[in-house]
Structures are given as structure tokens and as C-alpha cells.
Design a protein around this ligand. Structure first.
Ligand SMILES: Nc1nc(=O)c2c([nH]1)NC[C@@H]1CN(c3ccc(C(=O)N[C@@H](CCC(=O)O)C(=O)O)cc3)C=[N+]21
Length: 296
């Protein structure tokens, strides 16, 4: 059975099947590593408090426990200095027990996020945010890649669509989602349009969304994309995680888009649920690379 979508709502593209597939593969690798008496350890750092990060941390904790990854998160006050954060990262970089490190975004204004991300040891950079890993992605080489971008690609591929020459629109151009996913789509030989604030300011966002056979939205703006803009039969991937009241919603008018899309990812239950699985996978990949580097 193809359980990627719900028979009652045939165009819902759930992340669960892909997530469980990745997790079972990663769990098997962890079993293998146990025989060598090594276990993966993922460290995350949060500075201040962010609602989307709270959801992410909870998913991380749950999945890490489920598959046997040691997991810890350091929670720092929003007043933490950049210097203190960098010192902490330096310690983690040199700690042989810790294989993976990610720093939750956003960081407070007084901290230079780029400086922080670039200070992560590229062998432990499980989100692929260092110039080394990003550069490799840009050049189409194997590396540690940003997890949300990996999740988006896995969901698109699960529909069975052939990306070659397809009209794909990416809304949002962050370093962690929009830019890397556009790069991955380009590698698959899709025709990629990347939209951002200036696109919207010129009133051209609707044009690009209407043209999209595959639409990827990662803007962090609830209801940015009205349902009427969705091209009939389009694949819609919504990477937005926005808290509205007590609910978590995406960037797309979900009910409206559901009427037109051939597939659409729900929030929650879509992109985010697969993102966490890739973070776990990257942690094990990082560990294996570190072992290989040790043994020459
Ligand atoms: N450096 C950095 N990288 C990130 O990737 C990053 C970040 N900072 N800051 C916060 C946002 C948010 N984010 C989420 C990822 C997964 C879920 C997730 O697991 N969602 C599940 C569970 C939702 C639920 O339990 O309600 C789902 O959508 O089905 C949520 C949120 C990653 N972010």
C-alpha cells in the first residue's frame, strides 16, 4: 500500500512514512556502531526562547531517545554574550564524545548568527551550515546537508514526479532552507525560480506561484500563499512552522490549496516531521566520518 497519502483525503502528503523509513535505517546503523562500542551524541544549543524551536527540540528529544542517539540541549538566556557562546562551541568542537552540533535559530540580535554557524567544526555540522558543507552542496558534492532542504526533496521525490525541466517555485531564500533547496532542485535539473521579499514588493509573487508545477514555501509567514494562486494539480510543499494562537500552521492557505493541489504537505505532519529524521541521520553520518578520519 502506498501510505504516503490518506485515502479519504487523497492529496495529503504525509511525512510519517518517509520519517519511519529513515529512522529504521538509522537505528540499524546505530546497532552496527554499538558493536564497535561507539554511540552517536547530538548536542543542540538554544539562546533565548522561540516557539518553533520549542517544537523542534521536543521532536528531537523524542526521536533521539527512540533510536538510541544520546541527546542534550543547552538552554542559554537571551542575554548570553556572543563570546560565551563561541567559547562553548569551541569546547564542543573539541569534545570527542560529541559527534553532532546544531545551534537553534533565530539567535538574539546582539549575536552574529553567521559567525556562530561558521565556528562549528564542519565534521560535526549536522545541519550543513558551515561554508565547507554549503560549498560542497553548491558544487553538487556529498556532504552534510541542511535537514529541512533534505526533507523537502524527499517529500517531492515520494510523489514520483520527474523533476527534469519542471517549473518549480521556491518562496523564501534563507540560508537554511530556500537557498539549499533551490540548489538541490537545480541539481535535479528543474527550472527553479526563487522568490523573496522584493518579488512580493513588486507584486510578482502571485505570478511565480501560479506558474509552479511544484511549489516550495519556506517564508515563515502564515497564510502568505492564498489557495487560488495554486496551479491546478501542483505539488505543494509547505515548510512553514508558525504559531498562531495555540496552533502550528504553515505558510499556505491549506484548505484553499487542498482543492487544487495534486499533493500537499500538512503542518504539522509534513516537512517538519521528516526534518528531525534527517537530523538524526546526519548525526550518525557525522559519527561515521569522524571514525573514518581517526582511523585514517
Ligand atoms: N538552526 C535551526 N534549524 C532548524 O531547522 C530550525 C531552527 N533552527 N529553529 C526552529 C525551526 C523550527 N523547526 C522545526 C523542525 C521540525 C519540527 C517538527 O518536528 N514538526 C513536527 C511535529 C509538530 C508537533 O509536534 O506539533 C511536524 O511538523 O509534524 C518543528 C519545527 C526547525 N527549525
Amino acid at each position: 500500500m502506498n501510505a504516503l497519502y490518506d485515502v479519504k483525503k487523497p492529496n495529503l502528503l504525509y511525512g510519517k512514512v518517509i520519517r519511519d523509513q529513515i529512522l529504521s535505517e538509522v537505528a540499524a546503523e546505530i546497532e552496527e556502531l554499538k558493536k564497535q562500542h561507539v554511540a552517536p551524541f547530538l548536542m543542540t544549543i538554544e539562546v533565548g526562547n522561540d516557539p518553533a524551536t520549542a517544537v523542534y527540540k521536543e521532536s528531537q528529544r523524542k526521536l533521539a531517545a527512540q533510536i538510541g542517539i544520546n541527546y542534550e540541549t543547552i538552554e542559554l538566556s537571551k542575554n548570553t554574550s556572543e563570546e560565551r557562546l563561541l567559547k562553548m562551541i569551541d569546547r564542543i568542537n573539541r569534545d570527542p564524545v560529541i559527534n553532532g552540533l546544531m545551534v537553534h535559530m533565530p539567535l538574539p540580535e546582539h549575536i552574529d548568527a553567521r559567525k556562530v554557524q561558521w565556528s562549528i567544526n564542519s565534521l560535526k555540522d549536522v545541519e550543513g551550515v558551515t561554508p565547507y558543507n554549503m560549498g560542497k552542496l553548491f558544487l553538487g558534492a556529498e556532504a552534510l546537508y541542511p535537514c529541512t532542504a533534505e526533507s523537502i526533496m524527499a517529500l517531492i521525490k515520494a510523489t514520483g514526479v520527474d523533476l527534469k525541466g519542471k517549473e518549480v517555485t521556491v518562496v523564501g531564500c534563507s540560508s537554511i532552507v530556500g537557498k539549499p533547496v533551490a540548489t538541490m532542485l537545480l541539481k535535479e535539473e528543474a527550472t527553479v525560480s526563487v522568490c523573496h521579499y522584493q518579488t512580493s514588493k513588486r507584486g510578482m509573487l502571485e505570478h511565480h506561484v501560479r506558474n509552479a508545477e511544484i511549489l516550495v514555501v519556506a517564508a515563515g509567514v502564515p497564510n502568505l500563499i492564498p489557495g487560488e494562486w495554486i496551479r491546478e494539480g501542483a505539488i505543494v510543499i509547505d515548510a512553514g512552522i508558525n504559531r498562531v494562537g495555540k496552533d502550528i500552521v504553515g505558510d499556505v492557505d491549506f484548505e484553499g490549496a487542498l482543492k487544487r493541489a495534486s499533493y500537499i504537505t500538512p503542518v504539522p505532519g509534513g516537512v517538519g516531521s521528516v526534518t528531525v529524521a534527517y537530523l538524526m541521520k546526519n548525526t550518525v553520518t557525522a559519527l561515521k566520518r569522524q571514525l573514518a578520519a581517526q582511523h585514517g
